[in-house]
Design a protein around this ligand. Structure first.
Ligand code: AMP
Length: 441
C-alpha cells in the first residue's frame, strides 16, 4: 500500500512563498545583528544529553532525547543558549571576550503544538559573552528594538525586570529562597491565570494571605520606569541584593535613553519572571498587541550558565527572537515583501530555431545580476508561456522572434501593466534592472 505523506506533528514544512518571507526576516535580522558587530556562530542540532541536562528547570521534560548508533545518549538542542555556553568553555582560547555572537537556526521542544508554538522552530539569538556591564544589557535591548523596527513592526514593548527584584519581592514577603522559586513560577503564569489564579497558587505553596497581597501589589506596579523603580526601592528597603538590582535596572534605562531608544518601546515590569532557570540578572520579553498568545522574543542575563562548563564565571546577556512568531505576525499584518517566486524575468522561446538566442539572452541577464528563468518547452505557444510566467508571479517577460533578432531587439512585456515595447538588445539588462528596482520599492 502507498504510504500516506505526512510531516511530523508540531514540525512544519515551509513552502516557497512562506520561505521567501522567512528568508527576508532572517536576512533583515542578520543585517541588523552585523551592523551591531555581532559575529555568526553555528552549532549542531544534536548535543550530548548531559550538556543540556540540569540547565532548564521544569522545561527539561520537553527535551527530545535519543540514542545514536553507538549507544550515546544525545538530545536535540532545546535552545541556542546552552550550546553557546558549551562553545565558550570549549574554545576559550580562540574567542576574544567580550564576544558578540549571533546564531540563527532550529531548536526543538516537545511542547503541545498551538498557534505560534511548534516542536521545531527557528530562533535568532544575539548574546554578548564576557561582560557584566549594563551597557551590554542595554545593547541587547537596542538590537531587538532596531530589528523589530527594521522588520516594520508597528507596535511592540519590551518588558524589563531583574531576577533579584523578583527575589526581593519574595523575600519581602518573608519567604526563604526555596519557597521563592514557587513564587516565580506562580508570577510567571500571571498572563495565563490572572491575579486571582496567581493568588491561589501562592496560597497553595504556603504563602500567607497578607504576603500574597504584598507580592501582588509589587508585581502589578506599572508606569514610567523612574516611578516604578522609586516605588520598588521604597518597598524593598534594606534588601541589598534587590537594591543592587534596581540600581542595575536604572543604569540600563539610562543607557537606553542615551542610545535614543524611545521610552515607549520598553517598560519596567516587576511581573516578568521568564521561565528558564538559568537567568541571574536583568530579564527581557517583547510583547505586541498583535500577538496576544505570548512573547515575540525573550532573553536576559545569565552570569552562571557558562561557569557550569568553564569552571569560571563568564557573565553573559542575550536573547532569542522566535522566527516563527515574527513570521506569523508579519503574515497577518501584511508586513514585509510578498514575493511569489525568486525569478524576476521570464525569457520565452519563440520556437526551436530561437532556443540558442533565448539561452544566450538569459545568461547575459543573469550576469547582469537579474534572476531569470527560461521556458522549458520550445514547442509551447507564446500564449502558454506568458500564462506560465503569470502563474508563477513573474512580472517581466521577454520575447525574441525572428524579426526581433533581425533588428537586434527584444520585446519586453510587463504583465503587471499589460504594456509591451521593443527594447534594443544592448539596453535590455539596464532597462530590466531599473524596472526591478522600482517595483521592489
Ligand atoms: P525561550 O528560549 O523560551 O526564551 O524563547 C525565546 C523565543 O523563542 C520566544 O519568545 C518565542 O518567540 C520563541 N519560541 C519559544 N518556544 C517556541 C515554540 N515552541 N514554538 C515557536 N517559537 C518558540
Amino acid at each position: 500500500m502507498m504510504q500516506k505523506p505526512q510531516n511530523v506533528k508540531g514540525m512544519r514544512d515551509h513552502l516557497p512563498q512562506a520561505m521567501l518571507l522567512r528568508q527576508y526576516i532572517i536576512n533583515t535580522l542578520t543585517g541588523v545583528f552585523e551592523r551591531h558587530g555581532f559575529e555568526p556562530l553555528a552549532t549542531p542540532v544534536a548535543e550530548y544529553a548531559e550538556t543540556l541536562e540540569g540547565k532548564l528547570g521544569d522545561d527539561e521534560k520537553l527535551i527530545y532525547r535519543f540514542e545514536d548508533h553507538g549507544g550515546r545518549k544525545l538530545a536535540l538542542r532545546y535552545d541556542q543558549t546552552v550550546p553557546l555556553a558549551r562553545v565558550v568553555a570549549q574554545y576559550a582560547g580562540q574567542l576574544a571576550l567580550p564576544w558578540r555572537r549571533y546564531a540563527i537556526g532550529p531548536s526543538y521542544r516537545g511542547e503541545r503544538p498551538a498557534r505560534g508554538r511548534y516542536r521545531e522552530f527557528w530562533q535568532a539569538d544575539v548574546d554578548i559573552v564576557g561582560s557584566d556591564s549594563p551597557l551590554a544589557d542595554a545593547e541587547i535591548v537596542l538590537v531587538l528594538t532596531d530589528a523589530l523596527a527594521a522588520l516594520g513592526f508597528p507596535a511592540f514593548t519590551t518588558l524589563i525586570n531583574h531576577r533579584q527584584v523578583l527575589g526581593g519581592i519574595a523575600r519581602a514577603s518573608g519567604l526563604d529562597d526555596i519557597a521563592a522559586s514557587a513564587v516565580y513560577r506562580a508570577i510567571d503564569k500571571l498572563d495565563k491565570i490572572g491575579t486571582d489564579g496567581v493568588r491561589e497558587e501562592l496560597l497553595c505553596s504556603g504563602v500567607t494571605d497578607a504576603a500574597a497581597t504584598r507580592i501582588l501589589e509589587m508585581v502589578l506596579l506599572e508606569g514610567q520606569a523612574e516611578s516604578v523603580l522609586a516605588e520598588l526601592g521604597h518597598r524593598l528597603q534594606g534588601d541589598e541584593r534587590a537594591l543592587a538590582a534596581l540600581a542595575n535596572l536604572r543604569a540600563i534605562v539610562s543607557h537606553l535613553e542615551a542610545m535614543g531608544v524611545s521610552s515607549e518601546r520598553y517598560a519596567l515590569a516587576p511581573r516578568l519572571a521568564r521561565g528558564l532557570s538559568y537567568y541571574t540578572g536583568a530579564v527581557f520579553e517583547t510583547i505586541s498587541s498583535h500577538w496576544p498568545e505570548g512573547s515575540l522574543l525573550g532573553g536576559g542575563r545569565y552570569d552562571e550558565l557558562i561557569g557550569l562548563f568553564a569552571h569560571r564565571q563568564v557573565p553573559t546577556v542575550g536573547l532569542a527572537f522566535g522566527i516563527d512568531r515574527l513570521h506569523d505576525v508579519m503574515e497577518e499584518l501584511g508586513l514585509g515583501p510578498r514575493l511569489q517566486t525568486t525569478a524576476q524575468v521570464f525569457v520565452t522561446i519563440f520556437g526551436s530555431e530561437q532556443i540558442a538566442a533565448s539561452l544566450q539572452l538569459t545568461q547575459e541577464l543573469r550576469s547582469a545580476g537579474l534572476n531569470v528563468i527560461t521556458a522549458l518547452d520550445a514547442n509551447a505557444g507564446l500564449g502558454k508561456q506568458f500564462k506560465e510566467a503569470d502563474r508563477k508571479g513573474i512580472r517581466y517577460v521577454l520575447v525574441q522572434g525572428p524579426n526581433d533578432l533581425a533588428r537586434d531587439e527584444v520585446v519586453l512585456k510587463d504583465l503587471g501593466s499589460g504594456e509591451q515595447r521593443s527594447v534594443p538588445r544592448a539596453e535590455v539588462a539596464t532597462t530590466l534592472r531599473a524596472l526591478v528596482e522600482t517595483t521592489r520599492r
